[in-house]
Design a protein around this ligand. Structure first.
Ligand code: SF4
Length: 196
C-alpha cells in the first residue's frame, strides 16, 4: 500500500547509498534541487534495471517458499528510522518477505549497496512485523545473488548516515568530501564540484 509519508525530516533510502559514495550527492539533490543531465552509461543501466522484474519471475530465491507475490517498484517506509522509497522489488508470502535490489556493476557488493538494501529491510520490517525478512542483491547481469540480513551494527551506521544527511540538508555550504579521483571520474556531478 502506498501512503503519503510527509515527515519533513524523512530521507529517501537511495540517499543512504549516495551519501556513502559522496556526501555531496544527496546535498545537491536536497539543497540545490539539482539533477545533472543523465550520461549514456546511466541510461543503459536504467534500461537494464527495467528488464529485471520480468527476468526475476524465472529466478529462484533460496529459502523463499512458493507461491509468493511479486511487487516491482514496491513503496516502503519506516517511521521509526525516517526512511522511505521504492525497493526494486518485494517478494512476499504469508510468512516471509524479501526486498530485492538489482545492481548493474559486476563488482562484489559494496558497503553502500548493502546498507541501502538493509535500509529497505528496516522499512519492510515495519510493514511485515511478523514475517521473516531478508534481502537479495543481484549483481552483474543478475547471475550473482547475495543474501543480506539486518545486523545491529548496520542499523547504527544507517542511523548515523540519516542524521548526517539531515544535518547537511540544513546548510547551504557544499559538504566536505573525501572522494578520490576514481569516484569523481564516474560521478554525474563532477563538472559541478569546482574543487575537483
Ligand atoms: S565529483 Fe567527486 S566530490 Fe563531487 S559529488 Fe562527485 S564524487 Fe563527490
Amino acid at each position: 500500500m502506498t501512503t503519503v509519508f510527509s515527515e519533513p525530516e524523512a530521507v529517501p533510502v537511495s540517499y543512504v547509498r549516495q551519501y556513502l559514495f559522496c556526501p555531496r550527492v544527496p546535498w545537491f539533490k536536497m539543497v540545490e534541487a539539482f539533477e545533472p543531465p543523465m550520461p549514456s552509461w546511466v541510461e543503459q543501466g536504467k534500461r537494464w534495471h527495467q528488464k529485471q522484474p520480468e527476468l526475476q519471475k524465472k529466478r529462484q530465491i533460496q529459502g523463499l517458499q512458493t507461491p509468493y507475490q511479486h511487487q516491482p517498484d514496491a513503496w516502503v517506509e519506516s517511521r521509526q528510522y525516517g526512511l522511505y522509497g521504492y525497493a526494486d522489488e518485494v517478494l512476499h508470502n504469508s510468512r516471509q518477505a524479501v526486498a530485492v535490489e538489482y545492481k548493474h556493476d559486476k563488482r562484489p557488493p559494496s558497503t553502500a549497496q548493502k546498507l541501502q538494501l538493509i535500509a529497505y529491510l528496516l522499512c519492510l520490517r515495519e510493514q511485515y512485523p511478523q514475517h521473516e525478512i531478508w534481502g537479495i542483491l543481484y549483481k552483474g547481469g543478475g547471475k550473482k545473488q547475495y543474501r543480506v540480513e539486518i545486523r545491529p551494527d548496520d542499523i547504527e551506521r544507517i542511523k548515523q548516515v540519516v542524521q548526517a544527511i539531515r544535518a547537511n540538508s540544513q546548510s547551504h555550504l557544499l559538504p566536505e568530501s573525501s572522494a578520490q579521483t576514481a569516484q569523481c571520474d564516474q560521478c554525474e556531478y563532477l563538472r559541478y564540484c569546482n574543487d575537483r
